[in-house]
Design a protein around this ligand. Structure first.
Ligand code: HEM
Length: 245
């Protein structure tokens, strides 16, 4: 027999505006911003945390993982189209949404909308962290695509500066928070979680995911800090670039 009860209404406190049609390009760009936070950026974030966690199994295991990643065919194309351009789009459009103050003040549930503010600030801090991190590990010093065995030592070299260790910790915290709450927002906006109960329950799941990311990040950092300094391979940009300890 068909049930006559209608689904529980969503209280005003838990309302998140769905992404609606009929707003022309901005609708499309907004959808793309939302989707890009999960595919590919969220997937990349998971891969990045898992790959770096190989550091907990020692420099040898970490090198193998870096070799696997850097050994992919068309690796620079994969980086460009799978990581850098999507992150650039999501970030720049994220800043634009923030600047516009678009909607959402009424859409974010809980605690006087500080989640709304936190989503923006964690995104902004993650942006500057990623720019700094990518510049140091990908574009300066020993080139890891050609010297993957130097990856462990290169991260350790970064960790010689206490402020860099602090910045890594802040970056991990911000990326974890932003992604975890982003998952919750995504599910609400795309109609995956409907109703108060589903959203509340998924909120706990997202909180656990965020904590897991922070935990994995913390044990990974500890592995780099606790392992004796690893030598870098010699590389070819001048005599000062040769670092052996
Ligand atoms: C670590 C890299 C990042 C990941 C994994 C990520 C992921 C996500 C996800 C999954 C969402 C939810 C999508 C939605 O609202 O439907 C989101 C929202 C958002 N992201 Fe990011 N993001 C990242 C970096 C950034 C950066 C650098 C900015 C720059 C400010 C940013 C700004 C925003 C903003 C403003 C929202 C909220 C949009 C809204 O309320 O409608 N994100 N992000």
């Amino acid at each position: 027999m068909a049930s006559t009860t209608s689904p529980r209404p969503i209280s005003a406190a838990h309302r998140v505006a769905p992404l609606r049609a009929g707003k022309g390009y901005s609708f499309l760009l907004r959808r793309l911003h939302s989707l890009s936070g999960i595919i590919p950026i969220g997937f990349f974030l998971i891969e990045h945390f898992v790959s770096n966690a190989f550091a907990t199994r020692g420099p040898g295991a970490y090198t193998k993982q870096v070799e696997l990643l850097t050994g992919f065919p068309f690796v620079v194309g994969l980086e460009l189209f799978g990581i850098w351009l999507p992150i650039l789009y999501h970030s720049l459009y994220g800043f634009y949404i923030w600047y516009r103050g678009d909607s959402n003040v009424g859409d974010y549930p809980w605690t006087g909308n500080w989640m709304y503010t936190a989503q923006r600030w964690t995104g902004a801090i993650a942006f500057f962290y990623m720019a700094w991190h990518t510049w140091h590990l990908r574009f300066s010093g020993v080139h890891l695509l050609t010297h993957p065995a130097s990856a462990f030592g290169k991260v350790q070299l970064e960790f010689q500066h206490p402020w860099a260790v602090a910045f890594y910790a802040v970056g991990i915290l911000c990326a974890s928070w932003h992604f975890a709450y982003g998952l919750w927002l995504f599910a609400a906006k795309w109609g995956i979680t409907t109703g108060d109960r589903a959203r509340r329950r998924f909120g706990y799941v997202c909180f656990a995911i965020g904590l897991l990311f922070v935990l994995v990040g913390a044990v990974t950092m500890r592995a780099f800090l606790k392992t004796p300094l690893q030598p870098l391979e010699p590389f070819d940009s001048g005599p000062k670039s040769f670092v052996m300890r």
